[in-house]
Write a protein that binds this ligand. Structure first.
Ligand code: BGC
Length: 682
């Protein structure tokens, strides 16, 4: 390759006529897309056509005519399935749509840990546990890449909140980072083998993530032997020499987003001056080419093809159904009984569609939003509703019931409607979007609406369409609560099927729902220049366990319409592996879903973490069925990261295995004795 060809491959352009500089995109870019890197026809190297994102083929807002694509439920919803196969199939579907839409690089795989549930991109990510997030996102990446395209994992690393996202320095010890956020990336990379890693906007311990030698070279490339390339987030590069020498391999959307060009001519000059070794440019190019070849992009050229939107919606619906978490079901009010009741459906635009999260990951439904014209006008707007109205999906399934609707804007009218019906179902929504943190209160006085409806009719069911935990001051007044997240293209159908019991609510919380803001490890700094993650690896349920607080709903929680019991918890521990087995019995007369969870408790885990999730299995059980589950524990979860040795070390001592239906509902315990050991990397 010639030097100019090498330099071409390491710098991308933005694919939409927007961004901070409103530059026209290169003509060869796919219209309204996230990015484009030219190919080299002479050598048979294809262009890199990049699309967001995690829930489907996204389009940059205001790109003009927006093609309709299938949206999965939000990332946090797919994580709530706890089912890697579901995530794989979901990924395979959006990867297929990406390829058919002309893209060979999908900017998916968001998995920054929910250190604070108020983080604006909590909906895009996969919750608060490194093993769960890494496993689920890794599976989705593998599914996307089964289409011979590249997927990213992002945003590496510690991009856990939006406040000050372009400048913020996440302060954390190496040992804590390795056992939390970095472990999530390590697991996702092992499971998904993504062709690219996107480095983050923020700084880590003072150094920008995209020029952070410790993150990019020491941990990722040397520690984990990552063979492919690191691309920057859009506008995340701040230097030529420091970034190149720290391990950045490709500057994304350079002219449109970065303060100035850092790769291209300045990189050529730095190489000519000897400030960046030629070998570093060769390494960048080799890594990009390796990904293009290894993932099949070169051997399987992109061809535009029609989308099978109906088939793809069915895949999205399955994901959504399995993601829904039944949080409360007093007196077994759910599932709704066919033929019986008069039902009032209230609020949440349930007559039109279901809410989605905003920002670069926004997927537009065919025909546009079900509720057009909603703000914000600029990024990260607009607020988009998918065209799958729950009202119609419920009414169709209850032909002998009278189903009435009130939009909820007039609480008195909504309460009157509820009073005159047997059951009230209130849909409550909370939008969230990239670049904006939020609080945990339902907006637009929806708390008051729910309280008023519940006062008029105690048989009130609340369906939440949120991308993050919300506070529920009304929880004791209502009969049932279903967390439906942002449920995607077929979300209304999925909600109706769960409410009617056509499927069991299979989702379990991948994130703790706090009872109040006071329970959180508040870390916001008013200047947004630095955030001290002093809780280290003790985030989410680990924080609640360490501080002995009772959340509103704990990590791992979710009800079924049936009942299970567990028996026979046993473990075999040898020098290099721990295998656990137990049996699960469906005690009920209906088919149900269950997610038995295994936690390991110890006194010597770093950052005072009392227990860690070490395994689980998403099960679907016919009536009366019994299944034996065998789980092998990842030895890193028995260990602490030892920065002096640069390795995971297991401390000798007594540990306790816990089998349960959530992090707080433990059905069986088993003592384990482990001997001291340093893990070696395979
Ligand atoms: C986001 C990335 C996204 C990129 C391209 C950035 O603002 O942080 O997640 O992939 O834009 O749209």
């Amino acid at each position: 390759m010639r030097q100019d060809e090498k330099l071409l491959l390491v710098m991308g352009a933005f694919g939409a006529p927007m961004g901070p500089r409103h530059l026209p995109p290169p003509p060869a870019a796919r219209f309204g897309s996230a990015g484009y890197v030219p190919g080299i026809a002479r050598l048979g190297i294809p262009p890199q056509w990049q699309t967001d994102g995690g829930i489907g083929v996204a389009t940059q807002a205001h790109a003009g005519h927006v093609p309709g694509r299938t949206a999965l439920p939000a990332g946090i919803a797919t994580a709530a399935t706890w089912n890697p196969q579901t995530a794989y199939h979901a990924g395979a579907m959006i990867g297929r749509e990406a390829r058919a839409s002309g893209f060979d690089v999908m900017l998916a795989g968001g998995l920054n840990l929910a250190r604070d549930p108020r983080g604006g991109r909590t909906f895009e990510y996969a919750g608060e546990d490194p093993l769960l997030a890494g496993t689920m996102v890794g599976a989705e990446i593998a599914g996307i890449q089964s289409n011979h395209i590249i997927a990213t994992v992002k945003h590496y690393a510690l991009n856990d909140q939006e406040a000050g996202r372009m400048t913020l320095s996440a302060q954390i010890s190496h040992a804590s980072a390795r056992a939390s956020d970095l472990l999530a990336f390590e697991v996702a990379i092992e499971r998904g083998d993504p062709g690219a890693v996107m480095c983050a906007y923020n700084r880590v311990n003072g150094v920008y993530a995209c020029q952070n030698d410790w993150l990019l070279t020491h941990v990722l490339k040397q520690g984990w032997h990552y063979p492919y390339y690191v691309m920057s987030d859009w506008g995340a590069v701040h230097a030529t020499v420091r970034a190149a020498n720290a391990g950045l391999d490709q500057e994304s959307a350079a002219a449109a987003f970065d303060q100035k060009l850092y790769f291209g001519a300045p990189l050529a000059q730095a190489i000519a001056d000897g400030r960046v070794p030629q070998a570093r440019l060769d390494d960048m190019v080799r890594r990009i080419l390796l990904a293009l070849f290894a993932k099949g992009v070169v051997d399987h050229p992109i061809e535009l093809a029609p989308l099978d939107l109906a088939a793809d919606a069915a895949i999205s619906r399955t994901d959504a159904e399995q993601s829904m978490v039944l949080l409360k079901n007093a007196g077994g009010i759910l599932p709704l009984v066919r033929g019986a009741a008069r039902i009032a459906v209230i609020g949440g635009r349930a007559d039109l569609g279901v809410l989605s999260g905003g920002g670069s990951s926004q997927v537009y439904p065919p025909g546009g939003s079900a509720v057009p014209g909603l703000g914000p006008v600029g990024f990260p707007g607009p607020m988009v509703y998918d065209r799958s109205p729950p009202l119609a999906a419920i009414a169709t399934r209850l032909p002998h019931s009278r189903v009435a609707y009130a939009d909820g804007r007039d609480p008195a009218a909504a309460a009157a409607l509820a009073a005159h019906n047997d059951i009230a179902i209130v849909f409550a929504t909370a939008w969230s979007a990239e670049s904006l943190d939020h609080d945990l209160t339902l907006p637009d006085q929806q708390d008051a609406l729910i309280a008023r409806v519940a006062a008029a009719n105690p048989r009130t069911i609340v369906v939440l369409e949120t991308g993050f935990p919300v506070l529920m001051p009304w929880v004791d007044q209502v009969a049932a609560v279903l967390e439906a997240w942002y449920p995607g293209s077929a979300g209304g159908e999925a909600i109706a099927r769960v409410l009617l019991g056509e499927v069991d609510p299979a989702g379990r919380l991948p994130i703790t729902f706090p009872a109040s803001l006071a329970q959180l490890p508040v870390t916001d700094s008013p200047t947004h220049l630095s955030v001290d993650y002093a809780q280290g690896a003790a985030l989410g349920y680990k924080w609640f366990d360490r501080t002995g607080q009772r959340p509103l709903f704990p990590f791992g929680f979710g009800l079924s319409y049936g009942h299970v019991s567990y028996a026979g918890l046993a473990a075999t521990v040898t020098a290099d592996r721990a295998v656990v087995s137990f049996s699960v019995h469906n005690d009920s007369a209906r088919s149900i879903a269950d997610v038995p969870q295994l936690y390991l408790a110890a006194a010597n885990f770093g950052d005072g973490v009392p227990q860690r999730l070490v395994g689980w299995q998403a099960l679907s059980l016919p009536p009366g069925a019994r299944r034996t589950v065998r789980l092998q524990i990842d030895p890193r979860l028995l260990a602490n990261w030892n920065p002096t040795e640069g390795a995971w070390t297991i401390t000798a001592g007594r540990y306790s295995l816990r089998l349960g239906t959530s992090s707080r509902a433990i059905a069986a315990r088993l003592p384990l004795t482990l001997t001291a050991r340093t893990l070696t990397r395979p």
